[in-house]
Design a protein around this ligand. Structure first.
Ligand code: SDX
Length: 427
């Protein structure tokens, strides 16, 4: 098979290289297109455009495959833990015990927020959406760690910055949550382990003990959210990072992109949708019809995916985990039955079947977060905590690329042609 694509254009034949990935994905390399033809390509929403080559995560949307550095997500969820996954994504291999201990120590060295940061968090009204707080405060870290603003960052500083954000974003989230419930912050105890430390900071009170099963369920959710190749927020991180903005500004931009309801914000909207169905009391039909109605902006939140045209492998794992954790906590959540029924109903409906709309990672995750006691408006913050290592791994991979260029897409102009400016008296 030829490794060149031929393009007939204005009576000329242009040849463009074909690139083949390690999983046999194919791309036409159009880097020389404009110089050779004056043409650019146009692809609204980048549905057919590869933005980079990456060694971090592989997805196959048709087959519902997800792998982190080659390891299947099913094995990762079963056998690994979140900090180990963060190491794998960022450094390309599973750590041995010594490497993992050293990484954990580095994370633990950032277990206290700078005082100025806690003062900034204290300024936010307690009814602020936590995503806005976490994004703003993450960016504010740049004022307290000037060493991470140097460009280029040394490898040591880059690794320290990764450990610091892994340590501190979860503290920022828990600190603000405690303020919203009128409780004093509870300090981080990294020796508890990532998920247990977070739960402890969130819910600590006299006599509180983190349930290891609950911590394990959270750790699995964090692993499942850790990376997902060039999704919207990761693409935002790569775009911002390509200008050599500092890591705090870059990650803050990723948090903001994730907040959208079509992306990470969907997990909060799913729970609100399930509660609305419960409230309505007339079953799913009305909501299914609304989702199908082109004149209605309502969508079945947690359904559909740009890449997966099959079951999202993460949704399968989370759906199964729902049973385990609800049983463990002895919780009967009617919303789980509603979610299951909605999925069953939708999967029988040709509108959803014809469009390959399956539950995605956000459809069932909120049921578990709710069971763990996480408030609905913090569900997307949980997605941030999970995605953090993936964003940083993608940022690191991009910044380590010696051929890195600032991202600057082109456009096709469809506005007014040349016209003379007129004074206001003549308009
Ligand atoms: C995440 O990219 C990633 O990897 C993201 C993510 C990650 O880990 O980073 O996986 C996390 O963001 C998951 C997605 C969470 N969002 C939602 O659950 C919101 C609901 N889903 C949709 O809005 C939608 O499915 C998207 C945004 C997820 C994908 O949108 P696309 O690829 O742009 O698809 P589309 O909007 O062009 O839809 C194709 C058709 C349209 O109908 P037609 O014009 O062909 O008639 O399917 C319909 C859409 O109207 N459709 C839906 C639907 N999703 C798509 N109709 C009703 N309900 C839905 N949920």
């Amino acid at each position: 098979m030829s490794d060149m694509a031929k393009l007939e254009l204005d009576g000329k034949t242009i040849e463009l290289p074909i690139i083949t990935g390690t999983e046999n994905e194919k791309a036409i390399d159009i880097r020389a297109l404009r110089a050779q033809t004056g043409y650019v390509t146009l692809d609204n929403g980048f549905m057919n455009t590869g933005s980079c080559e990456s060694k971090i995560t592989f997805l196959n949307g048709e087959k519902g495959i997800l792998r982190y550095r080659g390891y299947p997500i099913e094995q990762i969820a079963e056998q690994s833990n979140f900090v180990e996954v963060a190491y794998l994504l960022n450094f390309g291999k599973l750590p041995n015990q010594k490497e993992l201990d050293f990484f954990n120590e580095k994370i633990a060295s950032f277990a206290t927020l700078p005082e100025g940061i806690t003062k900034i968090i204290d300024q936010f009204p307690t009814n602020s959406h936590p995503m806005g707080v976490v994004s703003a405060v993450t960016s504010s870290l740049s004022a307290f760690y000037p060493e991470f603003l140097k460009t280029p960052l040394t490898d040591v500083d880059r690794e320290r910055a990764i450990a610091q954000l892994l340590a501190q974003v979860k503290i920022i989230a828990a600190y603000f949550y405690r303020r919203t419930v009128g409780k004093n912050p509870h300090r981080s105890h990294p020796s508890l382990g990532y998920a247990s430390d977070f739960l402890n900071m969130m819910f600590y009170e006299e006599g509180y003990e983190v349930d290891p099963e609950v911590a394990k369920a959270l750790d699995v959710l964090l692993m499942l959210h850790a990376d997902h190749e060039q999704n919207c927020s990761t693409s935002a991180v790569r775009l911002i990072g390509s200008s050599q903005a500092n890591i705090f500004a870059t990650i803050s931009g990723g948090i903001d992109a994730l907040w959208g309801q079509l992306h990470g914000g969907a997990n909060q909207r799913v729970l609100e949708m399930l509660e609305a169905i419960q409230e309505d009391g007339r079953g799913y039909k009305k909501f299914i019809e609304k989702a199908k109605d082109k004149n209605d902006s309502f969508r079945l939140m947690g359904f559909g995916h740009r890449v997966y045209k099959n079951f999202d492998p993460r949704a399968k794992i989370i759906k199964k985990a729902c049973d385990t954790i609800l049983e463990r906590l002895n919780i009967q959540d009617p919303l789980l039955d509603i979610a299951r029924g909605l999925e069953e109903e939708a999967r029988k409906d040709s509108y959803f079947v014809d469009r390959n709309l399956y539950p995605n990672v956000d459809f069932y995750s909120g049921i578990i977060y709710k069971a763990l006691g996480i408030p609905t408006n913090m569900f997307t913050v949980m997605f941030v905590l999970g995605r953090l290592p993936g964003w940083m791994a993608q940022w690191k991979e991009m910044r380590e690329d010696p051929t890195l260029k600032i991202s600057r897409p082109r456009q096709i102009y469809t506005g007014e042609n040349l016209r003379e400016f007129t004074n206001i008296a003549d308009r």
